[in-house]
Write a protein that binds this ligand. Structure first.
Ligand code: CNA
Length: 238
């Protein structure tokens, strides 16, 4: 039997319609911790669990604490793309990869050169006023302290999807269309525990679904190829 990485290399070499679907595990090799691994954010002790501190209600009711947590735990200005981000950008340039669908908010795919990046959960690199909707540079939040304010008096918030908030319809629709049409679907670095994002996988109709994740996921049995290794290491080989 062929090595899993060799099978993946062949699938990639043969396809002009690859779609990538990734999560926090894609950026751990860039030094950004994920949420659910042993040393991830969910295992750390805070005044409230992370899903509470990153909720819309918490943002509304504990605004100062929200920004303190956000700045300390979600911003990684020194992080750089790793081998996985770089190889995916290269595959897009080669005309093989159609879209990167990501749950990440770190912007590392774009920094690596990827162009068609569908950010399901938004980005720490954008901000807007929660009251008037005006766009602001991310530095209005990231470089400051306390609660950042718009000229209108409203709170400037990060353009990220908080718990209890809906995903952007247009982004979801584009992700669904890309996944439905994909020949090879590469899923990596995601526990597939966060919905509705994880449900997007069900739109895939092909027979070349590769799942690359350090730990097992509830979708392992649906995949045509499962690799429990680091995504950066795998992408160096394909
Ligand atoms: P998650 O639930 O934290 O799962 C990450 C998965 O990645 C785990 O199953 C790990 O086993 C696996 N993993 C970790 N490192 C690697 C690696 N090097 N190679 C392969 N697999 C690895 O993260 P999800 O993305 O599934 O959860 C969705 C949340 C987490 C989204 O809302 C994200 O916005 C949020 N998040 C984003 C970032 C980021 O932008 N970099 C960081 C942390 C959390």
């Amino acid at each position: 039997m062929q090595e899993p990485a060799a099978v993946l290399r062949q699938w990639i070499a043969e396809s002009g319609n690859i779609v990538f679907f990734g999560g926090a595990g894609v950026s751990t090799e860039s030094g950004i911790p994920d949420f659910r691994s042993v040393d991830g954010l969910y295992r750390q002790t805070w005044s409230h669990p992370p899903e509470v501190m990153l909720s819309h209600t918490f943002f509304e009711t504990h605004t100062e604490e929200f920004f303190d947590f956000y700045r300390r735990k979600l911003l990684f200005p020194d992080a750089r793309p790793n081998a996985a981000h770089l190889r995916l950008a290269e595959l897009e340039r080669e005309g093989r990869l159609r879209a990167v669908v990501t749950q990440n908010i770190d912007g590392l795919h774009q920094q690596a050169g990827s162009r068609n990046v569908l950010e399901l959960h938004g980005s720490v690199h954008r901000a807007y006023c929660a009251a008037c909707g005006r766009a602001h540079p991310a530095s209005a939040i990231n470089a400051g302290t306390g609660v950042p304010r718009c000229a209108c008096g409203g709170v400037i918030r990060p353009d990220v999807v908080l718990y209890e908030e809906a995903l952007d319809d247009d982004t979801v629709e584009r992700a669904v269309r890309a996944i439905e049409a994909a020949e090879v679907l590469l899923v990596a670095g995601t526990s597939l525990a966060v919905f509705p994002a994880a449900g997007l996988l069900n739109y895939y109709r092909g027979r070349r679904l590769a799942l690359i994740n350090l730990s097992e996921t509830a979708y392992d049995h649906q995949a045509d190829l499962v690799i429990h290794e680091k995504i950066g290491e795998v992408m160096k080989q394909v």
